[in-house]
Design a protein around this ligand. Structure first.
Ligand code: CP
Ligand code: NVA
Length: 309
């Protein structure tokens, strides 16, 4: 039975481990079917509106192609071209779009804007990244780890770098699934306490664990998965050089990788900045699964769309 129909997807925190597992199972099935040349038109005639207030390569293309492969259609709406960019309230945009489309995906800065959109929309709303969270990324990351390692419960993952939106969703997703997650981030750049506390509660219930540390070497010790993301996120471009100094010791390189489990996989949500948060050697090396991870955005989101729309 599908209990996800009509649900918004704003944060993984709103979903049980069982529900996340059901999305991952469907993603694996849809991926196999697509690769066999047997696409399933599970969303025939359905339309997804995609509002982008920030740039995107993966999110835009994977949602657009995903809807097409499912027999539906996606509309790319950049905020500069929408009336929202001229001051039409989010409330009215939500209500009006709900009369035309079957779902709305939005990428924006303020998380409260996505919550407001979801409040006034009568169709499911998907969070395509806010300053606080990036749940579609974490969903695809869980799919990738499950594929590569064969299981999630008990997997030891280390996130090294800025305690940002990607780190937040990873903390929530991994802790829900019974994984042990360690974050290694400089003082002042730790994940938000509220998110860490939620993750700790999740871990208490799931049998996982959550640690937030300062030393990257301590975070990656024996890790089966090492994950990093940019040091300056979209909207923080002005801080880029300052952050580069702050985060120098947090680069994922051969030296840091040597402290992890011997067959550890290396993940990055992309886009990556070579020789900043990750060395070229590691990003393009044999431990890296970043391209499979990027591909899985397509499959995980197709499963999500199929279940909620
Ligand atoms: N990982 C990710 O969300 O990539 P885009 O910014 O290209 O969508
Ligand atoms: N933390 C990054 C993720 C990009 C996909 C950002 O928000 O820019």
């Amino acid at each position: 039975m599908n209990d996800l129909k009509g649900r918004h997807f704003l944060t993984l925190q709103d979903f049980s481990a069982q529900q996340i597992e059901s999305i991952l199972e469907l993603a694996i099935e849809l991926k196999t079917r697509q690769k066999e040349g047997l696409p399933r038109h599970l969303l025939k005639g359905k339309t997804l509106a995609m509002i982008f207030q920030k740039p995107s390569t993966r999110t835009r293309v994977s949602f657009e192609v995903g809807m097409l492969q499912l027999g539906g259609h996606a509309l790319f709406l950049s905020s500069g071209e929408l009336q929202i960019g001229r001051g039409e309230p989010v409330k009215d945009t939500a209500a009006v779009l709900s009369r035309y489309v079957d779902g709305i995906m939005i990428r924006t800065s303020e998380h409260s804007e996505v919550e407001e959109l979801a409040h006034y929309a009568t169709v499911p709303v998907i969070n395509g990244l806010t300053n606080l969270l990036h749940p579609c990324q974490a969903l695809s990351d869980l799919l990738t780890i499950k594929e590569k390692l064969g299981y999630l419960q008990g997997v030891k993952i280390a996130y090294v770098g800025d305690g940002n939106n990607v780190a937040h969703s990873l903390l929530l997703g991994c802790s829900k699934m019974g994984m042990s997650i360690s974050v290694g981030a400089p003082e002042g750049y730790h994940p938000q306490t509220e998110i860490t506390n939620l993750a700790k509660e999740n871990a208490d219930a799931s049998g996982g664990s959550v640690k937030v540390l300062v030393e990257p070497a301590e975070a990656v010790k024996d890790a089966q998965v090492i994950y990093t993301d940019v040091w300056a996120s979209m909207g923080q471009e002005m801080e880029k050089s300052f952050r580069k100094d702050k985060f120098g010791a947090y680069q994922v390189n051969e030296k840091l990788l040597s402290l992890a489990a011997p067959d550890a996989i290396v993940m990055h949500c992309l886009p990556a900045y070579r020789e900043e948060e990750i060395s070229t050697q590691v990003l393009e090396g044999e431990h890296s699964v970043v391209l499979d991870q990027a591909e899985n955005r397509l499959h995980a989101q197709k499963a999500l769309l199929t279940l909620i729309l």
